[in-house]
Design a protein around this ligand. Structure first.
Ligand code: BTN
Length: 323
């Protein structure tokens, strides 16, 4: 018997379950049930016991765990397979191995600690144990590689909308998909693809949300923020993850991974880059301009100093007044 099996017996009930019922269901002795309950308590599960009535699950531990995520999860596809790790190098790298082994569409991997987190443009991403939410979602859309670009703006849109609703913060998108509050970054997203010449094998969307950091290391402190710093509150990472996955399912699956005109409009209204002076790199040149909107494919429309318009679809864009 695994301790997880005991938790399963409390699913869908807030009532007491007697020690004998648990023992019968699990095919073990009452003594074994009691030991399992003690082990769960030591891992942060609050389980009440009353003589002659039995045990009742009062609350889950506040760190990431499968039963607590499942209790809040409202999705059909995303999270259909869910793994919670204690520690891993990078959830994106881990899920890509699962992807190559044929894991199902909608697989999610989340970790309590990431030791080699990856950011965009070859950067690293810091997430200390139980301070950040770091997870990856794997999708297997039937599309050609050139159609996969929509996932980047859709991911930004989904995460921004979910964070706004869940936290009440005025989150915005810094193009292409950083989520910021004021001038500081709250969350980063890294999308990766595995593809054949004419078909996508799978897409990975990795999301890192700063949740409980009270301080950041000196090199990023000027541009990083967390939910704790912005609100003074602790957010349950299990519920936060479930909310994010719900919104990702809505934006990705309902829109068939296509960027509809409505989604572009919504994205643009949440994009803090639009309306600001920006600098971007083309070849070895640094070019200044004004971000004036979002194009149909999610590219950033920039007006150059000579009045001409150009669309930028990748790379680093520095935004005046942000970072
Ligand atoms: C960025 O802003 O540069 C992107 C950061 C993406 C970080 C997340 S954390 C979960 C997933 N695993 C990784 O190694 N990276 C992404």
């Amino acid at each position: 018997m695994k301790n997880q099996d005991i938790l399963q017996c409390f699913a869908n009930t807030t009532e007491y379950v007697s020690g004998q019922t648990l023992a019968d269901k699990l095919g073990v002795s009452r003594q074994a049930v009691w030991k399992g309950i003690e082990a769960l308590r030591s891992r942060g599960y609050d389980i009440e016991s009353i003589p002659r009535r039995g045990y009742r699950l009062v609350s889950f531990p506040s760190f990431l765990n499968v039963p607590a995520i499942r209790a809040s999860l409202e999705t059909k596809v995303i999270g259909s397979r869910l793994e919670v790790l204690d520690t891993v190098g990078s959830t994106n790298d881990y899920i890509k191995v699962l992807g190559s082994d044929g894991c199902q569409n909608g697989t999610v991997v989340v970790t309590r600690e990431q030791t080699k987190g990856k950011g965009r443009l070859g950067r690293s991403w810091q997430s200390e144990k139980d301070e950040a939410l770091a997870f990856s979602v794997l999708l297997r859309p039937r599309i050609a590689p050139h159609e996969a670009g929509a996932i980047t703006p859709l991911a930004g849109l989904a995460v921004c909308k979910a964070l706004r609703e869940f936290t009440g913060l005025d989150c915005k998108i810094k193009w292409p998909n950083d989520i910021i509050v004021g001038r500081k970054k709250l969350c980063g997203i890294l999308t990766e693809m595995s593809a054949e010449f004419d078909a996508v094998e799978f897409l990975v969307t990795g999301v890192g949300v700063n949740v409980d950091q009270a301080v950041f290391s000196e090199n990023i402190a000027y541009k990083a923020t967390s939910l704790l710093l912005e609100t003074g509150r602790h957010f349950d990472p299990n519920q936060l993850l479930a909310r994010l996955l719900r919104q990702m399912e809505e934006e990705f699956i309902s829109n068939d991974l296509k960027l509809s005109p409505f989604a572009v409009e919504e994205y643009q209204s949440l994009c803090a880059t639009v309306g600001r002076s920006v600098t971007f790199t083309r070849g070895s040149r640094r070019i200044n301009g004004m971000a004036v909107g979002i194009a149909d494919g999610g590219e950033l429309k920039i007006m150059l100093s000579n009045g001409s318009l150009c669309n930028v679809n990748s790379g680093e864009v520095t935004v005046q007044g942000i970072y």
